[in-house]
Design a protein around this ligand. Structure first.
Ligand SMILES: C[S@@+](CC[C@H](N)C(=O)[O-])C[C@H]1O[C@@H](n2cnc3c(N)ncnc32)[C@H](O)[C@@H]1O
Length: 341
Protein backbone atom coordinates (compact mmCIF):
# COMPACT_ATOMS: atom_id res chain seq x y z
CA UNK A 1 0.00 0.00 0.00
CA UNK A 2 1.12 3.58 -0.66
CA UNK A 3 2.20 4.63 2.82
CA UNK A 4 1.37 8.28 2.08
CA UNK A 5 -2.28 7.25 2.11
CA UNK A 6 -2.10 5.05 5.15
CA UNK A 7 -4.35 7.26 7.24
CA UNK A 8 -7.07 6.40 4.74
CA UNK A 9 -6.52 2.72 5.28
CA UNK A 10 -10.02 1.79 6.34
CA UNK A 11 -11.12 -1.74 5.65
CA UNK A 12 -13.04 -2.05 2.40
CA UNK A 13 -16.31 -3.10 4.01
CA UNK A 14 -16.35 0.03 6.19
CA UNK A 15 -15.76 2.15 3.19
CA UNK A 16 -18.76 0.84 1.29
CA UNK A 17 -21.31 -0.29 3.76
CA UNK A 18 -22.02 0.41 7.40
CA UNK A 19 -22.95 -2.77 9.25
CA UNK A 20 -24.86 -1.89 12.39
CA UNK A 21 -24.81 -4.30 15.34
CA UNK A 22 -28.08 -6.10 16.06
CA UNK A 23 -28.16 -4.61 19.57
CA UNK A 24 -28.89 -1.15 18.17
CA UNK A 25 -32.28 -2.35 16.95
CA UNK A 26 -33.45 -3.80 20.27
CA UNK A 27 -36.28 -2.02 22.07
CA UNK A 28 -34.28 -0.98 25.15
CA UNK A 29 -31.43 0.44 23.13
CA UNK A 30 -33.77 2.26 20.73
CA UNK A 31 -35.58 3.87 23.68
CA UNK A 32 -32.29 5.01 25.20
CA UNK A 33 -31.31 6.58 21.88
CA UNK A 34 -34.60 8.40 21.57
CA UNK A 35 -33.71 9.99 24.88
CA UNK A 36 -30.25 10.99 23.62
CA UNK A 37 -31.49 12.43 20.34
CA UNK A 38 -34.48 14.29 21.81
CA UNK A 39 -33.26 15.39 25.21
CA UNK A 40 -29.49 15.85 25.19
CA UNK A 41 -27.74 19.08 24.24
CA UNK A 42 -24.69 19.19 21.94
CA UNK A 43 -22.34 18.93 24.92
CA UNK A 44 -23.75 15.61 26.05
CA UNK A 45 -24.16 14.36 22.47
CA UNK A 46 -20.44 14.93 21.87
CA UNK A 47 -19.91 11.78 23.97
CA UNK A 48 -21.61 9.69 21.24
CA UNK A 49 -19.72 11.43 18.43
CA UNK A 50 -16.44 10.50 20.06
CA UNK A 51 -17.55 6.90 20.49
CA UNK A 52 -18.50 6.81 16.79
CA UNK A 53 -14.93 7.79 15.94
CA UNK A 54 -13.54 4.89 17.93
CA UNK A 55 -16.12 2.50 16.48
CA UNK A 56 -15.33 3.40 12.86
CA UNK A 57 -11.56 3.32 13.42
CA UNK A 58 -11.81 -0.16 14.90
CA UNK A 59 -9.00 -1.43 12.70
CA UNK A 60 -6.65 0.55 14.98
CA UNK A 61 -8.68 0.88 18.20
CA UNK A 62 -9.96 -2.16 20.03
CA UNK A 63 -13.17 -0.82 21.56
CA UNK A 64 -15.92 -3.39 20.97
CA UNK A 65 -18.44 -1.41 23.05
CA UNK A 66 -18.03 1.80 21.04
CA UNK A 67 -20.66 1.00 18.37
CA UNK A 68 -23.44 0.49 20.86
CA UNK A 69 -22.44 3.57 22.85
CA UNK A 70 -22.24 5.73 19.73
CA UNK A 71 -25.67 4.86 18.32
CA UNK A 72 -26.93 4.73 14.76
CA UNK A 73 -27.19 8.48 14.07
CA UNK A 74 -23.59 9.24 14.97
CA UNK A 75 -22.23 6.14 13.28
CA UNK A 76 -24.07 7.03 10.08
CA UNK A 77 -22.97 10.69 10.19
CA UNK A 78 -19.30 9.85 10.54
CA UNK A 79 -19.48 6.97 8.09
CA UNK A 80 -20.89 9.33 5.44
CA UNK A 81 -18.01 11.76 6.03
CA UNK A 82 -15.45 8.97 5.77
CA UNK A 83 -17.04 7.78 2.52
CA UNK A 84 -16.88 11.31 1.09
CA UNK A 85 -13.24 11.66 2.14
CA UNK A 86 -12.44 8.38 0.41
CA UNK A 87 -14.30 9.46 -2.69
CA UNK A 88 -12.41 12.78 -2.78
CA UNK A 89 -9.10 11.09 -2.04
CA UNK A 90 -8.70 13.43 0.93
CA UNK A 91 -5.34 13.52 2.66
CA UNK A 92 -7.03 13.46 6.08
CA UNK A 93 -9.86 11.03 6.71
CA UNK A 94 -12.60 12.10 9.13
CA UNK A 95 -12.06 10.65 12.58
CA UNK A 96 -8.29 10.31 12.28
CA UNK A 97 -7.80 12.95 15.00
CA UNK A 98 -10.03 10.95 17.35
CA UNK A 99 -8.15 7.77 16.54
CA UNK A 100 -4.72 9.29 17.20
CA UNK A 101 -5.98 11.06 20.31
CA UNK A 102 -7.46 7.88 21.77
CA UNK A 103 -4.27 5.91 21.09
CA UNK A 104 -2.13 8.71 22.58
CA UNK A 105 -4.19 8.77 25.81
CA UNK A 106 -4.11 4.95 26.01
CA UNK A 107 -0.34 4.88 25.64
CA UNK A 108 0.27 7.71 28.13
CA UNK A 109 -2.04 6.14 30.72
CA UNK A 110 -0.10 2.90 30.43
CA UNK A 111 3.26 4.70 30.67
CA UNK A 112 2.15 6.70 33.72
CA UNK A 113 0.93 3.51 35.42
CA UNK A 114 4.28 1.86 34.73
CA UNK A 115 5.99 4.79 36.43
CA UNK A 116 3.69 4.29 39.45
CA UNK A 117 4.30 0.53 39.57
CA UNK A 118 0.82 -0.32 38.23
CA UNK A 119 -1.55 0.95 40.93
CA UNK A 120 -3.22 4.35 40.92
CA UNK A 121 -6.50 6.18 40.81
CA UNK A 122 -7.56 7.18 37.31
CA UNK A 123 -10.07 10.03 37.09
CA UNK A 124 -11.76 10.63 33.73
CA UNK A 125 -13.28 14.12 33.74
CA UNK A 126 -16.01 14.31 31.09
CA UNK A 127 -15.78 10.53 30.67
CA UNK A 128 -18.64 10.37 28.18
CA UNK A 129 -18.76 6.98 26.42
CA UNK A 130 -15.14 6.15 27.26
CA UNK A 131 -14.75 2.41 27.91
CA UNK A 132 -11.13 2.28 29.10
CA UNK A 133 -12.21 0.59 32.34
CA UNK A 134 -13.39 -2.33 30.16
CA UNK A 135 -10.70 -2.38 27.52
CA UNK A 136 -7.32 -1.52 29.10
CA UNK A 137 -5.75 -4.39 31.01
CA UNK A 138 -3.14 -1.99 32.43
CA UNK A 139 -5.94 -0.68 34.69
CA UNK A 140 -6.23 -3.96 36.60
CA UNK A 141 -4.85 -2.45 39.82
CA UNK A 142 -6.61 0.87 39.38
CA UNK A 143 -9.65 2.52 40.87
CA UNK A 144 -11.29 4.31 37.96
CA UNK A 145 -13.65 7.27 38.44
CA UNK A 146 -15.82 8.42 35.54
CA UNK A 147 -17.13 11.96 35.99
CA UNK A 148 -19.86 13.35 33.75
CA UNK A 149 -23.41 14.73 33.80
CA UNK A 150 -25.97 12.43 35.50
CA UNK A 151 -27.96 11.78 32.29
CA UNK A 152 -24.85 10.75 30.39
CA UNK A 153 -23.74 8.33 33.08
CA UNK A 154 -27.23 6.85 33.50
CA UNK A 155 -27.74 6.17 29.80
CA UNK A 156 -24.19 4.86 29.48
CA UNK A 157 -24.71 2.45 32.37
CA UNK A 158 -27.97 1.21 30.83
CA UNK A 159 -26.41 0.73 27.38
CA UNK A 160 -23.42 -1.07 28.87
CA UNK A 161 -25.67 -3.38 30.83
CA UNK A 162 -27.42 -4.47 27.63
CA UNK A 163 -24.11 -4.81 25.75
CA UNK A 164 -22.33 -6.74 28.48
CA UNK A 165 -25.27 -9.12 28.98
CA UNK A 166 -25.20 -10.06 25.32
CA UNK A 167 -21.44 -10.42 24.90
CA UNK A 168 -19.41 -13.09 26.59
CA UNK A 169 -15.87 -11.79 26.47
CA UNK A 170 -16.38 -8.31 27.81
CA UNK A 171 -15.84 -7.53 31.47
CA UNK A 172 -14.51 -4.83 33.71
CA UNK A 173 -10.72 -4.73 33.53
CA UNK A 174 -10.18 -2.06 36.17
CA UNK A 175 -10.02 -3.03 39.85
CA UNK A 176 -13.04 -0.80 40.45
CA UNK A 177 -15.20 1.63 38.49
CA UNK A 178 -17.16 4.41 40.15
CA UNK A 179 -19.37 6.83 38.24
CA UNK A 180 -19.60 10.32 39.69
CA UNK A 181 -22.50 12.41 38.43
CA UNK A 182 -21.59 16.05 38.57
CA UNK A 183 -20.95 19.20 36.55
CA UNK A 184 -17.30 20.17 36.72
CA UNK A 185 -18.25 23.82 36.22
CA UNK A 186 -19.68 23.74 39.76
CA UNK A 187 -17.54 24.24 42.86
CA UNK A 188 -18.50 20.98 44.54
CA UNK A 189 -17.30 18.43 41.96
CA UNK A 190 -14.15 17.52 43.87
CA UNK A 191 -16.14 17.06 47.05
CA UNK A 192 -18.51 14.73 45.18
CA UNK A 193 -15.53 12.81 43.82
CA UNK A 194 -14.15 12.39 47.33
CA UNK A 195 -17.52 11.33 48.69
CA UNK A 196 -17.49 8.64 45.98
CA UNK A 197 -14.21 7.19 47.28
CA UNK A 198 -11.49 9.26 45.62
CA UNK A 199 -8.54 9.66 48.00
CA UNK A 200 -6.54 12.88 47.34
CA UNK A 201 -3.34 11.38 48.82
CA UNK A 202 -3.21 8.40 46.41
CA UNK A 203 -1.23 8.53 43.16
CA UNK A 204 -3.60 9.76 40.48
CA UNK A 205 -3.81 10.05 36.71
CA UNK A 206 -6.26 12.72 35.57
CA UNK A 207 -7.63 12.20 32.06
CA UNK A 208 -9.18 15.26 30.41
CA UNK A 209 -9.85 14.05 26.89
CA UNK A 210 -12.05 16.19 24.66
CA UNK A 211 -13.43 18.27 27.50
CA UNK A 212 -11.43 21.31 28.57
CA UNK A 213 -12.27 23.51 25.56
CA UNK A 214 -16.00 23.16 26.21
CA UNK A 215 -15.49 25.16 29.40
CA UNK A 216 -15.13 28.93 29.72
CA UNK A 217 -11.68 30.29 30.48
CA UNK A 218 -12.37 30.75 34.20
CA UNK A 219 -14.08 27.34 34.53
CA UNK A 220 -11.22 25.56 32.77
CA UNK A 221 -8.59 27.35 34.84
CA UNK A 222 -10.46 26.43 38.01
CA UNK A 223 -10.50 22.75 37.03
CA UNK A 224 -6.80 22.81 36.09
CA UNK A 225 -5.94 24.50 39.41
CA UNK A 226 -7.83 21.88 41.40
CA UNK A 227 -5.87 19.14 39.63
CA UNK A 228 -2.54 21.01 39.91
CA UNK A 229 -3.01 21.45 43.66
CA UNK A 230 -2.90 17.67 44.02
CA UNK A 231 0.81 17.80 43.05
CA UNK A 232 1.49 19.04 46.59
CA UNK A 233 -0.11 15.88 48.04
CA UNK A 234 0.86 13.01 45.79
CA UNK A 235 2.28 11.88 42.44
CA UNK A 236 -0.07 13.48 39.96
CA UNK A 237 -0.23 13.06 36.20
CA UNK A 238 -2.47 15.15 33.97
CA UNK A 239 -3.23 14.05 30.41
CA UNK A 240 -5.24 16.57 28.43
CA UNK A 241 -5.82 17.89 24.94
CA UNK A 242 -5.79 21.66 24.45
CA UNK A 243 -6.95 23.69 21.47
CA UNK A 244 -5.03 26.76 20.42
CA UNK A 245 -6.81 30.08 19.94
CA UNK A 246 -7.36 29.64 16.20
CA UNK A 247 -9.22 26.35 16.79
CA UNK A 248 -11.76 27.99 19.09
CA UNK A 249 -12.42 31.07 16.99
CA UNK A 250 -13.65 29.35 13.82
CA UNK A 251 -17.19 30.34 12.89
CA UNK A 252 -19.89 28.18 14.55
CA UNK A 253 -17.33 27.08 17.12
CA UNK A 254 -18.77 25.62 20.31
CA UNK A 255 -15.39 25.83 21.99
CA UNK A 256 -14.28 28.43 24.49
CA UNK A 257 -11.14 27.73 26.48
CA UNK A 258 -7.87 27.68 24.59
CA UNK A 259 -4.19 27.84 25.36
CA UNK A 260 -1.52 28.54 22.78
CA UNK A 261 1.19 27.63 25.29
CA UNK A 262 -0.08 24.95 27.69
CA UNK A 263 3.55 23.99 28.26
CA UNK A 264 3.96 27.38 29.96
CA UNK A 265 0.54 27.51 31.58
CA UNK A 266 0.75 24.20 33.44
CA UNK A 267 4.12 24.85 35.18
CA UNK A 268 2.69 28.18 36.36
CA UNK A 269 -0.07 26.19 38.09
CA UNK A 270 2.30 23.81 39.89
CA UNK A 271 3.23 21.01 37.48
CA UNK A 272 6.96 20.35 37.29
CA UNK A 273 7.24 18.37 34.06
CA UNK A 274 5.25 19.11 30.92
CA UNK A 275 5.56 17.48 27.52
CA UNK A 276 3.53 18.73 24.58
CA UNK A 277 2.91 16.71 21.44
CA UNK A 278 1.17 17.53 18.20
CA UNK A 279 -0.66 15.04 16.03
CA UNK A 280 1.95 13.47 13.75
CA UNK A 281 4.80 13.71 16.29
CA UNK A 282 6.73 10.52 17.06
CA UNK A 283 4.51 9.72 20.08
CA UNK A 284 1.27 10.83 18.38
CA UNK A 285 1.52 9.07 15.09
CA UNK A 286 0.56 5.38 15.41
CA UNK A 287 1.35 4.72 11.75
CA UNK A 288 -1.54 6.93 10.63
CA UNK A 289 0.36 10.05 9.58
CA UNK A 290 2.87 9.12 6.90
CA UNK A 291 1.86 11.66 4.29
CA UNK A 292 4.27 14.62 4.75
CA UNK A 293 1.71 16.86 3.05
CA UNK A 294 -1.21 16.08 5.29
CA UNK A 295 -2.54 18.95 7.36
CA UNK A 296 -1.05 17.71 10.62
CA UNK A 297 2.46 17.24 9.32
CA UNK A 298 2.38 20.61 7.58
CA UNK A 299 1.23 22.24 10.83
CA UNK A 300 3.82 20.72 13.10
CA UNK A 301 6.57 21.74 10.73
CA UNK A 302 5.60 25.37 11.23
CA UNK A 303 6.76 27.16 14.39
CA UNK A 304 3.95 27.22 16.96
CA UNK A 305 3.96 31.01 16.98
CA UNK A 306 2.83 31.08 13.33
CA UNK A 307 -0.89 31.89 13.28
CA UNK A 308 -1.77 31.51 9.60
CA UNK A 309 -0.63 29.06 6.94
CA UNK A 310 1.95 30.75 4.71
CA UNK A 311 0.51 28.88 1.67
CA UNK A 312 -3.10 30.01 1.85
CA UNK A 313 -3.57 32.35 4.83
CA UNK A 314 -5.94 30.00 6.67
CA UNK A 315 -5.69 29.91 10.49
CA UNK A 316 -3.34 27.33 12.03
CA UNK A 317 -5.81 25.30 14.10
CA UNK A 318 -3.86 23.07 16.44
CA UNK A 319 -4.72 20.38 18.96
CA UNK A 320 -2.04 19.90 21.59
CA UNK A 321 -1.72 16.60 23.43
CA UNK A 322 -0.20 17.42 26.80
CA UNK A 323 1.15 15.32 29.64
CA UNK A 324 2.09 17.08 32.85
CA UNK A 325 3.19 15.73 36.19
CA UNK A 326 4.14 16.83 39.65
CA UNK A 327 4.71 15.45 43.11
CA UNK A 328 5.45 16.72 46.64
CA UNK A 329 9.13 15.63 46.29
CA UNK A 330 9.42 17.77 43.21
CA UNK A 331 7.81 20.72 44.96
CA UNK A 332 10.27 20.41 47.86
CA UNK A 333 13.08 20.21 45.39
CA UNK A 334 11.92 23.30 43.54
CA UNK A 335 11.39 25.23 46.79
CA UNK A 336 14.85 24.28 48.10
CA UNK A 337 16.35 25.07 44.77
CA UNK A 338 14.67 28.50 44.71
CA UNK A 339 15.95 29.23 48.23
CA UNK A 340 19.51 28.39 47.23
CA UNK A 341 19.27 30.71 44.23
C1 LIG B 1 -16.32 15.09 23.53
S1 LIG B 1 -16.95 14.18 24.86
C2 LIG B 1 -15.51 13.30 25.35
C3 LIG B 1 -15.84 12.12 26.18
C4 LIG B 1 -14.66 11.25 26.58
N1 LIG B 1 -13.66 11.95 27.32
C5 LIG B 1 -14.06 10.59 25.37
O1 LIG B 1 -12.99 11.00 24.93
O2 LIG B 1 -14.69 9.68 24.85
C6 LIG B 1 -17.12 15.41 26.14
C7 LIG B 1 -17.78 14.88 27.39
O3 LIG B 1 -17.62 15.85 28.42
C8 LIG B 1 -18.84 15.92 29.14
N2 LIG B 1 -18.90 17.24 29.76
C9 LIG B 1 -18.86 18.42 29.12
N3 LIG B 1 -18.97 19.44 30.01
C10 LIG B 1 -19.04 18.86 31.23
C11 LIG B 1 -19.17 19.38 32.54
N4 LIG B 1 -19.24 20.68 32.74
N5 LIG B 1 -19.21 18.52 33.58
C12 LIG B 1 -19.15 17.18 33.36
N6 LIG B 1 -19.03 16.63 32.13
C13 LIG B 1 -18.99 17.45 31.09
C14 LIG B 1 -19.91 15.70 28.11
O4 LIG B 1 -21.13 15.29 28.70
C15 LIG B 1 -19.27 14.62 27.26
O5 LIG B 1 -19.56 13.34 27.75
Amino acid sequence: MDSSKQENALPQDQELELKLPHLLSTKTVRELYTQIVNEWDFLRKSACQTAAGRALWKHVIDDPLAEVLAGETYLRNLHEKIKKDRHNNARETSGVILAVRTLWFDSKIEAALDSFGGAAQVVLLGAGMDTRAYRLSCLKECDVFEVDFPEVLQVKAALLQVALESTENLRLMAKSLTRVATDIRENDWLEKLQLSGFVPEKNTIWVLEGIIYYLSHSQAMQVLKVVAEKCTLTHTVLLADFMNKASTTLSNSTFHFYSDWPDQLLPSLGFSHVKLSQIGDADAHFGLMHDPLNLFNKLRNLPRSVETHPDDGTPCCRLYLVQASGSPDQNNFLENHANVI
